[in-house]
Design a protein around this ligand. Sequence first.
Ligand code: ACO
Length: 339
Amino acid sequence: MTPLKMHGSHILSTGSAIPDICIDNDLLGTILDTSDSWISTRTGIKERNILGRDQSIIDLATIASKKALTKGLLQAEDLDLIIFATSTSNDLFGSASQLQHALGAKQAAAFDITAACSGFVISLIIAHQFIQTNVYNNILIVGADTLSQWVDWSDRTTCILFGDGAGAAILQKNQDNDILSFEINTDGSEAHQLCINHKRNFQQDTKHNNLINIPSNNYYQHLRMNGKEVYKFAVSKVPESIGKCLKQISMNSKDITWLLLHQANQRILETVANKLNIPVEKILSNIQFYGNTSAASIPIALDEAFDAGHICHKDIIAIAGFGAGLTWGSMIIKWHINE
Ligand code: ACO
């Protein structure tokens, strides 16, 4: 039997989109018992943007995707697959097909991945498998979330953290391979630390002697989080996970040019960097502007850092996502700009 030839994955281009409505900490202080000083010292967040009434998650995802297509000099018809990482789909059956239609990506298969703030990293790893095994050539990976619609805006312990946004990347088959190593993890026993639970209600069916319970008025509750436990989880598991990825390729933290973590809290970013002996100057952070945009945070930061000229050819980037599930995953990539 001929051994399977593995192909390389190349991050061809990126794009991002942020909604127009900006809510800064001072504005939050007028509707909640909070302050700019409390929020910025504990989290690093100064402002966040949220969806307007006439916008949807698909609009944001479409803008981010079109930017990635333009930068990659591709047409929507060139896409073979779309992976849409989101936990805030506007349809319980998934949003990827709506994005496929909005882009006119008629040749592309499309599906959603729900893995909260780890969603983009997990989707990139899935896309990498399809490229390595020669199934697809061009894959669009989108991370988008609109948690503003799922938080309780009277709960100062959660709503101050989150913002809406979308980020996209195109992974392309290539001779060189940008994804050097990766690993993902799940600990379902801690799922209750961060969740948006479905509430089931039933009405008794009197016509059938109460034998049948008919679902009635079901709904999703607001986002609930044990901030302290999520914090402890992130600062212990993320350095360990990045360490494992480095070990797989015989690298160490000195080889890392940029540390790109899910933008959850500036303190988490700095503690993880500290534990890995990575100088804080190597942290890519835009949390002060957007807050925690869940699955969108990593691709937005990647897009902005590349556009700003921070990320250069051959830079080594350690990327890690972490969050609800609890899930966490890391990858080491070597940034590669085609001549
Ligand atoms: N403004 C003012 N006071 C506040 C606020 C606020 N917005 N929120 C909480 N407080 C108060 C609390 O009521 C408490 O008061 P008390 O001492 O009188 O009881 C006090 O501040 C301290 O509250 P803690 O919850 O202990 O604050 P902590 O230092 O833990 O910071 C925070 C909270 C910022 C949420 C932190 O725990 C954290 O960042 N955790 C990680 C969260 C995270 O990253 N989540 C996203 C994961 S990604 C995903 O999957 C979606």
